[in-house]
Ligand binder design. Structure first.
Ligand code: CYC
Length: 184
């Protein structure tokens, strides 16, 4: 498992070079923009159960066969496993955002997940759909653009300083995309 700093070390070592130039500039930026990263992680972690349950509910709304006999969210044991998996995936995405590196997500969550799902008959496309909804709602929480129309009764705005969050939100989006591509 690596983070932005250890990634720079590993990559420099593989070339027997010192860390400098571009790598140092990129780490300097990582530190300078660090509060945005922490706010992004907080935006997801503080709304995790809402993000997960909304995504699984949305996935089921679009495909109600999932909760009928023979569906992979039926009976309740499987529904619980699905909600738990949504939480696991979101948690690992938040670790990747915190460390600025996807390796924790890849190594500890995605490695072998497609094979496990295939063996258990967990539908990959439905999982990808739930992940896509989690991505949309997480990015909205990071950018603080979530609306009452989408949030309903549980709508809540985070206390955050206004600023340009485009870099951190597209980085976050890229980790969700990695989940989707690992399952495709
Ligand atoms: C650390 C990382 C980690 C991950 C990611 C993980 C996933 C994981 N999900 C599982 C099951 C499962 N996962 C789902 C998930 C779903 N079913 C659906 O229809 C939806 C599309 C989807 C939710 C979005 C279900 C229903 C099961 C139970 C399947 C069964 O027992 O038949 C299992 C089999 C063991 C178990 O049931 O607990 C694993 C290992 N475990 C881990 O330790």
């Amino acid at each position: 498992m690596l983070d932005a700093f250890s990634r720079a070390v590993v990559s420099a070592d593989s070339k027997t070079s010192c860390i400098g130039g571009e790598q140092l500039a990129s780490l300097r930026n990582f530190v300078a923009e660090g509060n945005k990263r922490l706010d992004a992680v907080n935006a997801i972690a503080s709304n995790a159960s809402c993000i997960v349950s909304d995504a699984i509910a949305g996935m089921i709304c679009e495909n109600q066969g999932l909760i009928q006999a023979g569906g992979n969210c039926y009976p309740n044991r499987r529904m619980a496993a699905c909600l738990r998996d949504g939480e696991i995936i979101l948690r690992y995405v938040s670790y990747a955002i915190l460390s600025g590196d996807a390796s924790v997500l890849e190594d500890r969550c995605l490695n072998g997940l497609k094979e496990t799902y295939t063996a258990l008959g967990v539908p990959l496309q439905s999982t990808a759909r739930a992940v896509a909804i989690m991505k949309a709602s997480s990015v909205a929480h990071i950018n603080n653009t979530n609306t009452e129309a989408n949030g309903g009764k549980r709508f809540r705005k985070m206390e955050m300083k206004d600023g340009d969050c485009s870099a951190i939100s597209s980085e976050a989006a890229s980790y969700f995309d990695r989940v989707a591509s690992a399952l495709s």
